[in-house]
Design a protein around this ligand. Sequence first.
Ligand SMILES: N[C@@H](CCC(=O)N[C@@H](CS)C(=O)NCC(=O)O)C(=O)O
Length: 278
Amino acid sequence: MEPSAHKSGAELHLYHGATSVCSAKVRLGLAELGLGWTGQILDLGAGEQNAQWYVRLNPKGVVPTLLDGDLVVADSSVILEHLAEKLPDSTFVPKDTGLRVRSRMWLADCIDIHAAINTLTYSTAKRRQILASKSPEEIEAALAGMTHPANAAKRRDILANGMESVHVMAAFFALRLMFDRMQADLETSRWLAGDSFSIADAAIVAYVDRLDRLGLGGLWNGRTPKVGDWLDAARARKSYGAAIEAFAGPCEADREKSLRDDNWAMVSQKWTAYLGGA
Ligand SMILES: N[C@@H](CCC(=O)N[C@@H](CS)C(=O)NCC(=O)O)C(=O)O
C-alpha cells in the first residue's frame, strides 16, 4: 500500500500497526495529551513496513513513524518525548527532577523491554500461528523480506527453537528487572513516576497489556502484585480504550482462553526455574 495522503503542515500523521505494542504506546500518548492526529495502519503480517516508500521514512522497517509537518520522528519513545514537548505545562512529564529522571529511565529501558515482549510474543502465540498457517517457503520469503538483519536473525531463531531460543533468557532478565522496578516505584507512588499518570506509564502500558493478553499474567501475579493493580488502573483510563481496545479487533487470537493457557504452560516452568537461579 502506498503512503496515505499527508498534507505538509502542522498536522500529526502516524504510520502504525493495529496491534503493534510500540504503536499503541504512541497512540496512548496522543490520547493522554489530547492531540489530534491522522494515521495509516500498515499490515505488518503482509510486510508493508518493508515497502520502499516506508523504508525511506524509517530505514529499519519498523513502526511507528510520526510525521509532524515535514519532520520525521522514529522510535516510539522519541515520539512520546516529542509529543510531550507540545504541552510543556502538562503533568505528562514530571516537574520534579527525581521523578523526571525516573521517567527517562523507563523510556531508556523500553529498548530491552520491547525486545523481551517481542521474544515472548513470537516464541508462544505468533510462532504457533505462523507454523500452522504458512509453508516453510512462505516463512523463508517473509524472513528474507525483513529490512533489519538482526530482527530477521532473531525471528528465524525463535521460529526454529521456540522457548528454547537463546533470546528467551535475555527476555526473562529484562522482564524480571522491569517487574521489580515497577513494584518498587509503585510502592512509593500511585503511578510509575509520581502520583499523576505520566510519560513513563504511557511508555509501559502496551507492553504489560500484551503479556496479559498472551495469558502471561502469572509473570507478576504473586511476586510483584502491584503490576496487576497498575494495569487495571491504566485500563480504566479513556486513553486505553482509544489507543488499544479500539485497535485490538474482536477476534484477537491471543485472547482465546485455551491459547492463553497454552502460552502460560510454555512459559511458566522456565520462568520459575529462571527465578530460582536468578
Ligand atoms: N525501538 C522501536 C522498535 C520498533 C519495532 O520493532 N516495531 C515493531 C512492532 S512493535 C515492528 O515494526 N516490527 C516489524 C516486523 O516485525 O517486521 C520503537 O520503539 O519504535
